[in-house]
Design a protein around this ligand. Sequence first.
Ligand code: SF4
Ligand code: SF4
Length: 421
Amino acid sequence: MYFLQVALCSRPRTVKYRSFNHSDGLTCVVDPKMDPEIEEMVRIAESCALCRCGCCKDECPMYAELLEETISPKGRNQVIRAVVKGVVEPDGRVARIAYSCLLCRRDEMSCAAALKNADATEAFRRYLADSGVPPLPEHALLLKSIENYGNPWQESRAARKRWAKGPSDRRIVRGKTETLFYVGCTFALDRTLQETPRALSRLMERAGVDFGCLLEEELCCGSTVKRIGQSRLYDKLRAENEKALLGTGAKRLVTACAGCFKTLTQDYPGISKKIKVQHSTELLADLVSEGKLKFGRTSLKVTYHDPCHLGRHTGVYDPPRAILRSIPGLKLIEMKNSRELSRCCGGGAGVKTAYPEVAAKAALARLREAEKTGADIVVTSCPFCVQTLKAAAVQSGSRMDIVELSVFLDGLPGPDGKVVK
Ligand code: SF4
Ligand code: SF4
């Protein structure tokens, strides 16, 4: 250990900090409370500065597109370090760099120092926001919508139950229903994706799962808000959600959204310690292995795209594959980059809003990889992956179909060969 001079807002003081053997007499500007995420951000930026490798860049889709040193894992860490040292002012230029990351964690698979660079970037966004740097204009509309309507899509709260119109509105009975189906903003409100909650509901009904939803009372989990560093709004959403979700008395919470799943399992300790949180792929894999869901024969060739939030962030790789492999006759063909090495679709962490062209190119690159497998369909399990890959398929005139896993399963014949739907 050695001592680093830390200027704490306007009150400089010397604090004990971890030694990184720098010779430049590091001067940091950090929050007086030095919360653990910011401390870890500094540690990551400092560790990265000692590395001469830089091989992480080869895997970064943002760097591959923009070819700017600051838009790379190492470059961004250097910017973090410069801002923390007080060499660079935290301003709009710095914010553009901070928001140029998909938080996809692909670089971390080849980082020589096994650094969690996405954690540093996410913490840096919060650091900037807490230092008074305004959100990007492209993010402002999204934040306003969440504040006003509880969703990022500028839709009324009542619109949230639209997907469920039908014989039963599937409303949860508080204190009775065992499983709460948390639909999430994008599956509930994007008309092109509403087939997923419908399909998952039908599959759960078929397997005898006792479930219900909050419908118009459901609120955004705050995933995007957290990823773009707006901690005050995120804390408010989390507190309201914890109260509402625990208030249902449900013993299990299931969601089909990879972003909601990461947030509810990793950023809501008040929920994940009290309720079993499952992604729909985990629940469906359990139902398949218990023999409660069976599918008939198909000759389809399928490839599976791992969403970053479900794969590298939360480690759910096997359940979707186990489901697909249980389908008689189905051929599952892996892409060159799959599981931990999967490439991001471009839809993550506010990049699609702030850098739409880069996001579209990342989606096209992933689609091209899927096409090379010779499969008929890309199956995936995240609303943003479906959106971005579908848009890439339409724009490029690709023959590939992009289908969310529940929708895919719901469209398969039953074991007797008849379509169940
Ligand atoms: S998380 Fe993804 S976009 Fe961000 S630096 Fe790493 S590889 Fe690049
Ligand atoms: S490999 Fe890891 S430690 Fe080395 S420059 Fe890249 S991010 Fe930094």
